[in-house]
Design a protein around this ligand. Structure first.
Ligand SMILES: *Cc1c(COP(=O)(O)O)cnc(C)c1O
Length: 427
């Protein structure tokens, strides 16, 4: 039953474009009616019609310890009494910065913003200001938020809706955006050779999560690191998804590759609108008011957002076993899915690292956007609806990673595997 969601969706479309404030929520690619949520607790979402779902989105990552996590909720309540914003510096911002610097490798200075989009946009501006170069390289199917420069061969919603060129992004802007296939170091080397001394930055999702979950091939990130060192290019890791998720030190720590600049979002705000970009002091010193690369935000470092993120990150730092628990759960899910998928006998690929996982109905390995796009998307869409109807909430697109949260129980994972098995038995 989802008649109340249906009514709300019809009403939403009267006053909100497409009825949603972010495109993938609209279910356009999978079809059907998006479910309007009322509340969430731990691993479960509850919609307005009273349905309960095991959640594999975790609000696209932030709810890594589950929804309505009590220490975070209590901290928000406490700090809300002091006012929701001051427009002045606060001690809490220092504590947040010090905590991030203590957790994240290669972050000497960190600037808070209000979204992952802002973080990536600002990091790119900084790399350009620092190097005095205009062009940059991104990877097909990687998503770095919706700033103009990144909306070229982007992942996530742009891929979901199969948008080739985004109206409103001028050729002047996109001409400076060079793209290469993910995991193709030779293609990157070729672009760098063709644009000698013109490339400011290479930006990458060190583990891609916006075309399903795709792992970097052995040596790929290391190769980018070497190339950037040789050519004085700023290497930006977009850790909006992977930061504080693949480990307290994110993908840099997990994969042992150093970035020059790093962007954060999602987990860093515990569900509040927060992003951040940081990195080596020599580069970060070019940001205003220290340097001339201008960057600002009326609500940047907002106290409610800060206390939420700070409370969550402190917990993640204090309890590193959270990451091994999460990974053990994800591997359990992967192995259970493998068992029922093998029994079924059709073509599939599961990609997984840490608490990120995705299932592609593909005979070939899924290593880049082209191989992700070649998978059986209609079958994924069918799976999505079957799971949804049976109380399991997957991302509503084959081009999104699933995110596990540590409130998930093994019984939840068993149920998820069983629902998958039942679905496959009908295919
Ligand atoms: C979600 C995401 C962004 C954009 O963050 P928003 O907070 O949605 O603006 C950027 N990069 C990556 C890798 C993301 O997953």
């Amino acid at each position: 039953m989802h008649s109340i969601s249906e009514k709300l969706f019809a009403r939403a479309q009267q006053s909100i474009p497409g009825g949603v404030n972010s495109p993938v929520r609209a279910f356009k690619s999978v079809g059907g009616t998006p479910r309007f949520m009322k509340k969430a607790k731990g691993a479960y979402l509850y919609d307005v019609d009273g349905n309960q779902y095991i959640d594999f989105i975790a609000s696209w990552g932030p709810m890594i310890l589950g929804h309505a996590y009590e220490p975070v909720i209590n901290a928000i309540k406490e700090y809300a009494e002091y006012s929701t914003s001051f427009g002045t510096p606060t001690e809490l911002e220092i504590e947040m910065a010090e905590l991030i610097v203590s957790m994240a490798p290669n972050v000497d200075l960190i600037r808070m913003v209000s979204s992952g989009t802002e973080a990536c946009m600002s990091a790119l501006r900084l790399a350009r200001g620092y190097t005095g170069r205009n062009k940059f390289i991104k990877f097909e199917g990687n998503y770095h938020g919706h700033a103009d420069a990144f909306l070229v061969k982007a992942g996530s919603g742009v891929a979901t809706f199969n948008i080739q060129t985004v109206p409103g992004v001028t050729a002047g802007v996109s001409n400076d955006t060079l793209t290469a296939p993910y995991n193709d170091l030779d293609a990157v080397k070729k672009l760098v050779a063709e644009n000698k001394n013109a490339i400011a930055a290479i930006i990458i999702e060190p583990v891609a999560g916006n075309m399903g979950c795709i792992l970097p091939a052995p040596g790929f990130l290391e190769g980018l690191r070497l190339l950037c060192d040789e050519e004085n290019i700023v290497l930006i890791f977009d850790e909006v998804m992977t930061g504080f998720r693949l480990g307290a030190g994110g993908a840099q720590e997990r994969l042992n590759v150093n970035a020059d600049l790093v962007t954060y979002g999602k987990v860093i705000g515990a569900g509040m609108p927060v992003g951040a970009f940081g990195g080596k002091r020599a580069i970060m010193e070019h940001i205003s008011p220290l340097g001339n690369v201008y960057q600002a935000g009326t609500l940047s470092g907002n106290p409610i957002a800060m206390i939420a993120g700070f409370t969550l990150l402190k917990e993640l730092k204090a309890n590193p076993s959270i990451y091994s628990e999460l990974e053990a759960k994800t591997i359990y899910l992967r192995d259970g899915m493998n068992a029922v998928l093998q029994e079924w006998g059709g073509a599939y690929v599961i990609n997984q690292l840490g608490s990120m996982i995705s299932l592609h109905f593909s005979a070939a390995p899924v290593t880049d956007f082209a191989t992700a796009a070649a998978a059986d998307i209609p079958l994924f869409n069918k799976l999505f609806h079957y799971m949804l109807d049976n109380g399991v909430y997957l991302p509503p697109s084959a081009y999104e990673s699933w995110f596990l949260n540590n409130a998930l129980s093994y019984a939840d994972l068993d149920k998820t595997i069983l629902v998958l098995k039942n679905f496959l038995s009908q295919q």
